[in-house]
Design a binder for this molecule. Structure first.
Ligand code: AMP
Ligand code: ZN
Length: 462
C-alpha cells in the first residue's frame, strides 16, 4: 500500500516497523461539545484506514485520545456552573453515540489526558533534565530552538517561525517560539500537584506521552487534520524525539478540510453543524458515505445538495443488496456459475488497487458501483444461480464492509432486536425495571413493539 507522508511530501510504500503489526495514533476530540461534521472527517477516514489495513491482514493497534482538560473545557464548565470532569464525561459519552452512528469503531485504547498526569510529569522531567525545557514561575516551556530538526514536518524553517511567533510574546518565555508543557494554576482552575507547583499539562505533551505509553517510542502511523501539522504535530515530534532520541512516527497522514461556503468548518468561526444536528436531516450512514466519496487529501464542501447526492448513491447500493437478498430466498443452483463469479473479481481488484493508492476511497466506491452494474446486468440476463448470487452478495458485503457502509440489513436488525430483548429479560430478572423500561423505549425508537405473551416475548415492526 502507498501512503502520502507529510514528513517526506511523497507517496511512500507502507512498510510497518514490526512485520504485520501496525501501530496507529490519531488525535482525538477536545470534549467540550458535540463534535462537528469537520471533526468527523478524520475520525471516519482513519477508521477506514484501520479497517482496510486489517482487511489486508495487518494486526492494527489503534489509539485515539480524548483531550479532557484545556481552556475550552474550563470555560464551558464555568458557563454551566459545573465541573470540568462533568463536561468531559458528558461529551465523551456523546462522542460514542455519534461515532457509533457513523460506523466509527472504538479505538483499542481511548486514553484521556487527565488519566495520565503522572506519566506526563515524568516525561516533562526528562525534557528538563535533557536541557530542552525550563521552568518559569510554575510554568514549564519547551525550547524548539534546542531541537535541531524543528520544522521538519511542516517544512517551515526556524526563522519563518520566529517571525510568526513574535506577536503577543509572553515576556517570561526565553524565546517567542517556546511553548508550554505545563501551565501553572490560575485562580479557580483545576490543577494537579507537580514538582513545579499545582498546574495542568499543555495540549501537545499529552499526545507525545500517551502515544509513547501505549504504542512505544516509534509508531507507524500518526494522523489528524491538516490544521494539526503546525504547531501540534511539529511540537509532538520535538517533544518525543528530544525525550527518546528515536523517530516518533514513520508515516504522518493528514486529511484536508471539510469546508462550508469554501471556508473551513470550525467551532471558532461558528460556521459549523454538529454531527448530531446533521443526523436529524440525513442518516448517519449518508454522512459517512459523503465523507468517503472524496479523496481524504482533497478539500470537500458540505452542502445539502452533496448530502442528497450521497443519500441517493447509497440507496442504489442498498437496492442491490436487497435485491440479492430477495433473490437468494428462492434461488437454486444451476449450471456452473464459476465463470460469472470470476468476472466479479475484477472489481475486487480495482477496489483494492484504489485503496492501496493512498486510500483512494473515491475510486474504491466507483469500483463498488461497477460491481453493482455487473451484478445487475447478470440478473437482468436471467442469472439467478444460487452460488452466483451468494458470491456476489458476499463480495458486495466484503467491500462495503471495508468502508463501513451499507451496514444495515434485515438480519442485523433481527440480531440487534433479539439481543436487546435478551438484555431486557435479564434486567427484569434482576428486578432492574428502570433498565428494562429503557430498553423497551429504545426498541420503540427503533420502530419495534414488544408483546409479553405466555410463550415469551414477541416483537413486531410498527
Ligand atoms: P479538535 O477537536 O478541534 O482538536 O479537532 C479534532 C480533529 O478534527 C482534528 O484532527 C482536526 O484536525 C480535525 N478538524 C477540525 N476541523 C476540521 C475541518 N473543518 N475539516 C477537517 N478536519 C477538521
Ligand atoms: Zn495530538
Amino acid at each position: 500500500m502507498k501512503l502520502y507522508n507529510t514528513l517526506t511530501r511523497k507517496k511512500e510504500e507502507f512498510v510497518p516497523l514490526r512485520e504485520n503489526k501496525v501501530t496507529m495514533y490519531s488525535c482525538g476530540p477536545t470534549v467540550y461539545n458535540y463534535f462537528h461534521i469537520g471533526n468527523a472527517r478524520p475520525f471516519i477516514i482513519f477508521d477506514t484506514l484501520r479497517r482496510f489495513l486489517r482487511y489486508r491482514g495487518y494486526d492494527v493497534t489503534f489509539v485515539q485520545n480524548f483531550t479532557d482538560i484545556d481552556d475550552k473545557l474550563i470555560n464551558k464548565a464555568r458557563e454551566e456552573g459545573t465541573t470540568v470532569p462533568e463536561i468531559a464525561e458528558r461529551y465523551i459519552r456523546e462522542y460514542f453515540v455519534d461515532a457509533e452512528g457513523l460506523g466509527i469503531e472504538k479505538a483499542d485504547i481511548h486514553p484521556r489526558a487527565t488519566e495520565n498526569i503522572p506519566e506526563i510529569i515524568e516525561f516533562i522531567k526528562i525534557l528538563i533534565d535533557k536541557g530542552y525545557a525550563y521552568e518559569v514561575d510554575g510554568d514549564v516551556y519547551f525550547s524548539p530552538r534546542k531541537f535541531e530538526e524543528y520544522g521538519k514536518l511542516s517544512h517551515y524553517n526556524i526563522e519563518e517561525l520566529e517571525a510568526g511567533a513574535r506577536i503577543g510574546v509572553d515576556e517570561r518565555k526565553k524565546d517567542a517560539m517556546d511553548f508550554a508543557l505545563w501551565k501553572a494554576q490560575k485562580p479557580g482552575e483545576p490543577a494537579w500537584d507537580s514538582p513545579w507547583g499545582p498546574g495542568r499539562p499543555g495540549w501537545h505533551i499529552e499526545c507525545s506521552v500517551m502515544a509513547n505509553k501505549y504504542l512505544g517510542d516509534t509508531i507507524d502511523i500518526h494522523s489528524g487534520g491538516v490544521d494539526l501539522i503546525f504547531p501540534h504535530h511539529e511540537n509532538e515530534i520535538a517533544q518525543s524525539e528530544a525525550a527518546t532520541g528515536k523517530p516518533f512516527a514513520r508515516y504522518w497522514l493528514h486529511n484536508a478540510f471539510l469546508n462550508i461556503d469554501n471556508q473551513k468548518m470550525s467551532k471558532s468561526l461558528g460556521n459549523f453543524f454538529t454531527v448530531r444536528e446533521a443526523a436529524q436531516h440525513y442518516d448517519y450512514e449518508v454522512i459517512r458515505f459523503f465523507m468517503l466519496s472524496a479523496h481524504y487529501r482533497s478539500p470537500i464542501n458540505y452542502s445539502a445538495e452533496q448530502l442528497e447526492q450521497a443519500g441517493n448513491a447509497l440507496e442504489r447500493l442498498y437496492e442491490c443488496k436487497r435485491n440479492l437478498e430477495f433473490l437468494l430466498k428462492s434461488a437454486e443452483n444451476s449450471a456452473d456459475s464459476a465463470e460469472n463469479l470470476d468476472k466479479l473479481t475484477v472489481y475486487k481488484n480495482k477496489f483494492i488497487e484504489a485503496m492501496d493508492d493512498d486510500l483512494n476511497t473515491a475510486d474504491a466506491i466507483s469500483a463498488i458501483f461497477e460491481l453493482v452494474r455487473e451484478i445487475n446486468v447478470q440478473i437482468a440476463n436471467g442469472n439467478k444461480d444460487k452460488s452466483f448470487l451468494e458470491g456476489a452478495l458476499s463480495l458486495f458485503n466484503e467491500l462495503t464492509g471495508v468502508l463501513g457502509i451499507v451496514r444495515k440489513s434485515e438480519d442485523t436488525l433481527e440480531a440487534e432486536v433479539e439481543k436487546l430483548i435478551e438484555e431486557r429479560q435479564q434486567a427484569r430478572k434482576a428486578k432492574n425495571y428502570k433498565l428494562a423500561d429503557e430498553i423497551r423505549d429504545k426498541l420503540k425508537e427503533m420502530g419495534i413493539e414488544l408483546q409479553d405473551t405466555p410463550n415469551g416475548v414477541k416483537w413486531k415492526k410498527i
